[in-house]
Design a protein around this ligand. Sequence first.
Ligand SMILES: Nc1ncnc2c1ncn2[C@@H]1O[C@H](COP(=O)(O)OP(=O)(O)O)[C@@H](O)[C@H]1O
Ligand SMILES: [Mg+2]
Length: 154
Amino acid sequence: MTKFRLTDAQATRSLGVRLGESLPPGTVILLEGDLGAGKTTLVQGIGAGLGITDAIVSPTFTLINEYPEGRIPLYHLDLYRLEPEAVAALDLESYWEGVEMPLGIVAIEWADRLPYLPESYLHLNLTYLSEGGRQAQLISVSTGKSEAAMELPL
Ligand SMILES: Nc1ncnc2c1ncn2[C@@H]1O[C@H](COP(=O)(O)OP(=O)(O)O)[C@@H](O)[C@H]1O
Ligand SMILES: [Mg+2]
């Protein structure tokens, strides 16, 4: 596990930029953290690190925003408003299996709504610090038997 102290929104964005510059195609990043913890800010940084110039806006109402123009595609999901049964109907695996669309980075806010998980993923948890700012905890998880957890890129 790697921990980061993010003193302000710029620090959250910078962590995202480093991830966007380094993560390989097919990476799923599950973002956990209360409302306002900085999940969307981090994904905006990922977009900048990928070279995306389109504005990255919260997909709270659209559920999924797709940005194909960077180094690799970015798929930004926000499951806040959904129940797990509704999430199951979305066939989200197609985003990380690379069958129907090109592999990219799949960043999922409110991923606790997922009824199933990919075989391997990064888990990033954002929490409020009492002195202000946020803490980020990044873990690489692999549940597949054959697949080793990916090296943390940072
Ligand atoms: N490390 C940080 N310290 C202080 N404020 C932050 C930090 N990271 C993000 N923010 C701010 O918190 C607010 C909510 O961020 P947002 O990314 O929309 O949260 P979420 O998507 O988790 O609800 C924004 O105003 C953002 O600028
Ligand atoms: Mg958000």
